[in-house]
Design a protein around this ligand. Sequence first.
Ligand SMILES: Nc1ncnc2c1ncn2[C@@H]1O[C@H](COP(=O)(O)OP(=O)(O)OP(=O)(O)O)[C@@H](O)[C@H]1O
Length: 251
Amino acid sequence: MLEVQKLSMRFGGLLAVDQVSLDVQEREIVSIIGPNGAGKTTVFNCMSGFYKPTGGKILFEGREVQGKPDYKISRMGMVRTFQHVRLFTQMTVVENLLVAQHRHLNTNMISGLLGTPNYRQREQKALDRAAYWLERVGLLELANRDAGNLAYGQQRRLEIARCMVTEPKLLMLDEPAAGLNPAETKELNQLIISLKEDYNVSVVLIEHDMSLVMDISDRINVINQGKPLASGTPEEIRRNDDVIKAYLGEA
Ligand SMILES: Nc1ncnc2c1ncn2[C@@H]1O[C@H](COP(=O)(O)OP(=O)(O)OP(=O)(O)O)[C@@H](O)[C@H]1O
């Protein structure tokens, strides 16, 4: 489904990502791990169209997407969350999910102004999807609260719901467990597995919480100082000497 081939990203004199390759198959959870500053988020930023990589290719369902604008990539079915939550804090919870769908579908403004039956039908569907995902992530009761007033863990769940209402094929999660308490992390663990098993979504995960990574990943890619260090199953990664050294070096 996704193939990243020899991706590189240079910022002036700094080669933040150096020939990183990885692939994601359908219904797979693939993690990217590595010490701080390893280049993980930069890989995500290239994949999601925030940066135009300086080298390499990114193929999504066989089509090259590197350098395409983010809205085009997300319309193809690749959507992401951010390391630091980015919601519309002054809007209500449900409005956040409606806006996400409008932006995604590029709804025609004229048909909106005229309120055509087709438009109304689409609006109803958007509302149904929003309600469905709010229920799914346990936020339905808070639908009319301002998103900015939610607790941090709730905001993180809303971010995932905001991605899911656009019915993605591939979901990219940037440190979704950061700042969550153990109970919330456990819920997140189950939610991510369910996205794969019940909704056929593939997931690429950047995460520092190793127990979460080891628990839910089908495969793991390790990068260190921008370079690929290892890839394999959680068991293979756990036993890999280079990986152990890189992490000990950080500690
Ligand atoms: N826009 C940018 N301009 C210049 N340098 C950047 C830019 N974005 C990232 N970098 C640098 O690229 C390197 C990799 O950063 P990146 O954020 O991808 O690492 P990371 O693995 O996601 O780290 P962390 O786990 O701390 O989030 C760092 O040295 C960072 O300072």
